[in-house]
Design a binder for this molecule. Structure first.
Ligand code: KG4
Ligand code: ZN
Length: 343
């Protein structure tokens, strides 16, 4: 048998924590396929409806896995490992992916790896991609998604320590809820980003919350924006339409400033100046530009993942599966999905 390092390990990964059904196949740390079925149904409701999400996962999971395996150019029999998202996420959604992964690992008699979705957003940086450097340990990760906002000290693949997190809304929620106040459809984050590009970020100054240490708070900002819009719309019913770009740019600028203040503090406290971002909000163009500027301004090294690995995807679950496979960190058949999960 070839040495582990020379072997080709094929991992099938499944991600179903929220409203995207995704399956990926990796050969070692290289992604062969990464299929994501987005659930458009939630747009009409202005947010993810858990019951509808689980049903859509049930509908999508078989075809999505099938396409991922076909696109990878392998067959089920080539697989060495199945990785799936154990949590955190919506319970009904997690159960669909988890049960499917368990059954498939039993049927193929191959090991199963349960993966923490938030760790996967960080470790996505270790997917082998042309033109993308991998961070070296230790580094700081800023995970910014619709459900989480964390600063994590990453010491190794298996030793990750949360050193700051939100005390209320996640940064993605701050984007989405602000967008909702402006009458934009869900998810509003990408739309704020789009309009912000045409606007003046200093047009409307919003105040930043005062939160101790490395923790965040975003609920006050949302309330501030709501009152600001209500007041101005009462005076001018066309206020939002006439100032959309400036409002979006100002909101985005404030959110980025909040994130940057805490990152600067984290760098000062840990002495680590390698910053990797992950999670859906790291698709934000303002955050990307600001981090690149910080390389010159503060001497940081920043790592920004390939766009398709920022939002929820199974490839990031697969890379964690692969590194656990190498260490033989396998999950047992009685492993359960968890809506909340220890880091
Ligand atoms: O990681 P993700 O796909 O799902 C969760 O695990 O939450 O993150 C989704 C979040 C949503 O709140 C969405 O509005 C936000 O990421 N998002 C953005 C951008 N693209 C996605 N927020 C700001 N700017 C963007 N370009
Ligand atoms: Zn996510």
């Amino acid at each position: 048998m070839p040495k582990m390092s020379e072997r080709k390990i094929y991992t099938l990964a499944i991600e179903s924590s929220c409203d995207d059904t995704s399956a990926a196949v990796l050969c070692n740390d290289v992604v062969l396929s990464n299929i994501v079925a987005r659930q458009a149904i939630h747009e009409e409701y202005g947010g993810v409806v858990p019951e509808l999400a689980s049903r859509a996962h049930q509908q999508n999971i078989v075809p999505v896995v099938d396409v991922a395996i076909k696109k990878a150019g392998i067959t089920k029999k080539d697989l060495n490992c199945i990785a799936f998202t154990q949590g955190p996420g919506l319970m009904g959604s997690l159960l669909v992916g988890g049960s499917f992964a368990k059954s498939m690992s039993m049927a193929l008699d191959i090991p199963l790896v349960a993966v923490n979705h938030m760790k996967a957003h960080i470790l996505a940086h270790f997917i082998d991609e042309d033109g993308f450097d991998k961070p070296t340990f230790p580094f700081l990760a800023l995970t910014i998604s619709g459900g989480h906002t964390q600063i994590v000290k990453v010491n190794s693949f298996f030793d990750l320590e949360i050193i700051g997190e939100t005390t209320d809304d996640a940064v993605g929620e701050a984007f989405d809820k602000s967008a909702k106040i402006l009458g934009l459809p869900y998810p509003g984050g990408p739309l704020i980003d789009k309009f912000a590009q045409e606007g003046n970020p200093k047009a409307f100054p919003f105040t930043k919350p005062k939160v101790d240490g490395l923790n965040f708070s975003f609920s006050g900002l949302k309330t501030q924006i709501l009152y600001f819009i209500q007041k101005n719309a009462a005076e001018n019913p066309n206020f939002i339409e006439e100032n959309k770009a400036d409002i979006c740019a100002s909101i985005q600028y404030t959110i980025i400033n909040i994130l940057m203040d805490k990152l600067k503090l984290a760098v000062a406290e840990t002495g680590i100046n390698q910053i990797a971002i992950g999670g859906g909000v790291s698709a934000n163009s303002g955050i990307r530009t600001t981090l690149k500027e910080a390389e010159k301004k503060y001497g940081w090294k920043s790592y920004i993942p390939k766009f398709e690995y920022t939002t929820d995807n199974a490839a990031m679950i697969g890379i964690v599966g692969y590194y656990n496979f190498l260490e033989e960190n396998f999950s047992q058949a009685d492993v359960t999905s968890k809506a909340r999960i220890e880091f």
